[in-house]
Design a protein around this ligand. Structure first.
Ligand SMILES: Nc1ncnc2c1ncn2[C@@H]1O[C@H](COP(=O)(O)OP(=O)(O)O)[C@@H](O)[C@H]1O
Ligand SMILES: [Mg+2]
Length: 601
């Protein structure tokens, strides 16, 4: 499978509505643990609807009791009981609704919590390629919207759509039993028409809504990326270029917004016509019945109340349908993230890797990020337990790739990598990585304090251990000079520290982790020669009783290595000790002479 290239096309491939509904199924397990709460909330919901439907009936009794045409004037008495009942029912509908929300709220939040956590965990389990190809801003928005979608879906699905359908059924039944079938027929037909119309038009609108969202997210991602690259933008004086680009994106979004608004207006207008038509027809029929003496004034009032009562939530139904579609799409997008499967997974029978200063072997290793371009070919060398091996070679030769493979960010395409004699694919990633400390080529820090970033190597370390690690990495001088010491904020991605300072933080936290295997990927490349000498001594001390892989640019830093491997375009060109390689008078000897001429290149 070619990695990277074709794998990740995340701009909505317009999922069919079936996949969208599948999002609901994905949600069910998170609700299942709250069966009792859901049940109680449903009971409150039904009780509230019954109270609501009873209201117009009580109103009819009240009106009829006061109607002079039905009673002799003298017989009219205040229908106090019915009036109190009316008030009680009104209160009950609201109170029962609140109780329902109280009981159910926790279920919603729990589900949101559970889903967000699972998605987050899953994202961390995905391979590096996924994250390199993905825009992080878009990723966080997908989660935010997806989780928001859950709240919306639960709230409106369970407490708007279901109760509204229940209410329609109850009202149609009451009209059918108490009055003529034509009332029930009008209700059923108009509601059916309304729903069909809303669904059809909303489906048609969906593409507009989608386009608008996509354009808005494109504009945002561009803007965030541009701000993240603030320095680069300034270096090249490209502020206007960036603004123009943003402006163009916003133009597109604005145009999409306009189309969206127009389609929304036509939906609302159509719905209003159906509602107005149904209510008018119903009232004409009812008034005729009163004229004919088949219905009382109370009946007319009750029928009117039912119509109004029914179309209030129905009016909402159009909006809710649209939003639920959106919520489902958002949830679908979020759940699709969890469908992304990691390329690197633990074998089912994976055991724990052997800890400590164990040996490392690259055994005829071949690897490519993209099948069309091999990076490593037949790489073969060994680092005996507790020894130090250096890898040198031109930029792009595949040195950092070796480190990434050893850490198992990727799996090899051919051959094997063995740690302590065990194939890295036969042990758990967790145990493999727990035994490795890496100082990467480019250190990125968390936007937190210096102390936090050092302690990240081992969060449970004591203050004394953190201070020790800082001293080893020659950070103590810097920390003393900083007014806020360990509490200094390092800025986004650690940009407030210099390259050399960041590198020393990376060294300190690798020291703090205290692993059996150390990997230094050009770990001192950003240091000046004075601090490099000092840090190298620290690294040498640290490496003394560990298995160490050093990737180096300056050859002077690795002359003491037990073995030096020269990598050239993904192949091992030479290997041996410093003196043996010099004697061989090959690539290494040439590189060495070059660097002697310009030691501070
Ligand atoms: N994630 C990736 N996807 C595709 N190509 C990559 C990726 N990472 C690195 N490469 C390519 O692999 C080659 C080797 O990279 P690397 O091992 O980082 O070189 P170096 O020896 O300078 O450390 C480079 O040409 C680089 O462009
Ligand atoms: Mg590199």
């Amino acid at each position: 499978m070619p990695r990277g290239a074709a794998k990740l096309q995340h701009d909505d491939p317009d999922p069919s509505s079936r996949t969208e509904w599948r999002a609901v199924l994905r949600l069910l397990p998170y609700l299942a643990q709250f069966k009792a709460r859901v049940g109680i909330a449903m009971a409150f919901l039904i009780a509230a609807k019954l109270a609501n439907v009873a209201l117009p009936l009580v109103m009819k009794e009240i009106v009829d009791a006061l109607d002079v045409s039905q009673n002799t004037a003298a017989a009219i008495a205040l229908p106090l009981g019915a009036l109190l009942l009316y008030g009680g029912l009104r209160f009950a509908t609201v109170a029962l609704g609140e109780l329902r929300d109280l009981v159910f709220g926790r279920v919603t939040e729990r589900a949101m919590h559970g889903v967000a956590l699972d998605v987050f965990r899953h994202l961390h389990s995905l391979d590096l390629d996924f994250h390199l190809a993905r825009r992080t801003g878009g990723l966080s928005r997908d989660i935010e919207r997806g989780v928001g979608g859950i709240r919306f879906l639960l709230r409106f699905m369970l407490f708007n759509i279901v109760p509204t359908l229940l209410e329609i059924g109850l009202i149609a039944g009451i009209l059918l039993i108490n009055y003529s079938w034509s009332f029930a027929a009008i209700i059923v037909v108009s509601v059916g028409l309304y729903i069909v119309f809303s669904v059809v038009v909303t489906e048609w609108r969906t593409s507009h809504v989608r386009t608008q969202n996509r354009l808005s997210s494109r504009a945002n991602t561009r803007a965030i990326d541009s701000l993240l690259n603030y320095e680069t933008v300034k270096y090249f004086g490209n502020e206007r270029f960036e603004a123009d680009e943003y402006d163009r994106n916003l133009d597109d979004w604005e145009a999409a917004m306009g189309r969206n608004r127009l389609s929304l207006a036509s939906l609302n207008a159509g719905q209003a016509i159906i509602v107005a038509g149904a209510v008018t027809l119903m009232m004409i029929l009812a008034a005729q019945q009163v004229v004919d003496g088949h219905m009382t004034l109370g009946d007319l009032v009750a029928v009117n109340a039912y119509m109004i009562q029914l179309f209030v939530p129905l009016n909402f139904l159009g909006f809710v349908y649209r939003e639920i579609k959106q919520a489902l799409a958002d949830m679908g997008r979020m759940f699709r993230l969890t469908d992304e499967s990691a390329a690197v997974v633990d074998a089912p029978d994976a055991g724990a890797a052997q800890a400590g200063a164990v040996s490392i072997a690259f055994d005829d290793t071949g690897f490519a990020y993209d099948a069309r371009r091999p990076i490593l070919q037949g790489v073969q060398f060994e680092i005996p337990a507790g020894k130090k091996v250096a890898v040198v070679g031109a930029s792009g030769a595949g040195k950092s790739t070796l480190a990434r493979l050893l850490f198992r960010f990727y799996d090899v395409d051919s051959g094997a990598i063995r740690v302590g004699g065990q194939d890295v694919r036969s042990v758990t990633q967790e145990s493999l990585r727990a035994n490795m400390g890496v100082v990467p080529q480019d250190t990125v820090l968390f936007n937190d304090t210096l102390g936090y970033n050092i302690r990240y190597g081992r969060p449970e370390a004591t203050d004394a251990e953190v201070a020790d690690a800082a001293r080893l990495a020659h950070l103590d001088g810097l920390i003393e000079r900083l007014p806020d010491g360990y509490d200094t904020l390092v800025g986004e991605r650690g940009l407030k520290l210099s390259g050399g300072e960041k590198q020393r933080v990376a060294i300190a936290r690798a020291m703090l982790k205290n692993p059996g295997i150390l990997i230094f990927d050009e770990a001192t490349s950003s240091l000046d020669s004075d601090s490099e000498r000092a840090v190298l001594k620290a690294l040498r001390d640290a490496a003394a009783d560990r298995t160490t892989l050093v990737i180096a640019h300056r050859l002077s830093t690795i002359v003491d290595a037990d073995r030096i491997v020269v990598l050239d375009q993904g192949r091992v060109a030479e290997q041996g000790t410093h003196s043996a390689l010099l004697q061989q008078n090959g690539t290494y000897a040439r590189l060495w002479r070059m660097q002697l001429d310009s030691p501070e290149d």
